[in-house]
Write a protein that binds this ligand. Structure first.
Ligand code: NAP
Length: 251
């Protein structure tokens, strides 16, 4: 079996996921560019290959159990293990509707990708992650899923009241904590990343950070040393004077 580290990043055909694949590839890992569209995944992989990254494209849709199972079976056959899983794929569900105007269909749609999809992918990949010497799982979340941050009247998010996206990330934060507990006595570390507000298609490129800066958070959690944390929400602190220092955030 190869000693080369293998990293799967979901939703890696664009945005923060693409930059995460690029940065992990730059560190010498073999990156598996997860994309729900085989065509978009192949295009992204081709761009990374042109930069010298050892890359393969993998079709994986967080809402499609068959595609998740097929991706896990392919990784098992090709590599026999997985060192890094970055569950990056996520959707906003559109504009922030007020709680009183929340559509249940929209809420279900966001949870399908941002919560149920991540549990499905994590469980499908766990046997492969357990085969690695010290796997790292990164759940790409947000401070918007932090109840403490949302209820802080001095925080930039105080003015936003919405259910779908914030509750999906709050649920993902707890999902992260529960996996960290189950895997506490193993070498596997599980953390939630807060990339900060990054300019991607996700928000009509309105973010004040770059996708590459957002990816730095996932990369740091994907490459944690043996004495690194597990079960934390970690990353960019909105409002902090220092934009480049990342830290643990309150759940
Ligand atoms: P983005 O540019 O919209 O990219 C999202 C990626 O997820 C795309 O590759 C998209 O694929 C993929 N995706 C969506 N639904 C999927 C599904 N069902 N299965 C597989 N892939 C799926 O967004 P981004 O800004 O890079 O966001 C990446 C992550 O960071 C998300 O989890 C988001 O919640 C989180 N985040 C973003 C910000 C921000 O300011 N941008 C802040 C905090 C957290 P297609 O190309 O096929 O649509």
């Amino acid at each position: 079996m190869t000693t080369q580290q293998i990293a799967l990043i979901t939703g890696a055909n664009r945005g923060i996921g693409y930059e995460t694949a690029r940065q992990l590839g730059g560190r010498g890992m073999t990156v598996l560019v997860g994309a729900r569209s085989a065509e978009r995944g192949a295009e992204a992989a081709e761009k990374l290959r042109a930069e010298g990254v050892d890359v393969r494209a993998v079709e994986i849709d967080a809402t499609d159990a068959a595609s998740i199972a097929a991706a896990a079976a392919w990784i098992a056959a090709e590599f026999g293990r997985l060192d890094v899983l970055v569950n990056n794929a996520g959707i906003s569900g559109g504009s922030f509707e007020k709680p009183s105007a929340t559509s249940l269909d929209g809420l279900r749609e966001v949870f399908e990708t941002n919560v149920f999809g991540i549990v499905a992918i994590t469980n499908a990949m766990l046997p492969l992650l357990r085969e690695a010497p010290a796997a790292r799982i990164v759940q790409v979340s947000s401070e918007v899923g932090s109840i403490g941050f949302m209820m802080d009247q001095t925080s930039p998010m105080w003015s936003a009241a919405a259910i779908a996206y914030p509750t999906s990330k709050a649920a993902l934060n707890m999902v992260t904590a529960q996996y960290a507990k189950e895997l506490w006595d193993t070498p596997i570390k599980v953390n939630a990343a807060n990339p900060g507000y990054c300019a991607t298609e996700f928000n009509g490129n309105s973010g004040f950070r770059t996708a590459a800066q957002g990816a730095e958070v996932s990369v740091a959690l994907a490459t944690l040393p043996a004495d690194g944390p597990s079960g934390q929400l970690w990353g960019y602190r909105w409002g902090a004077e220092d934009d480049t220092t990342y830290s643990q955030l309150p759940w």
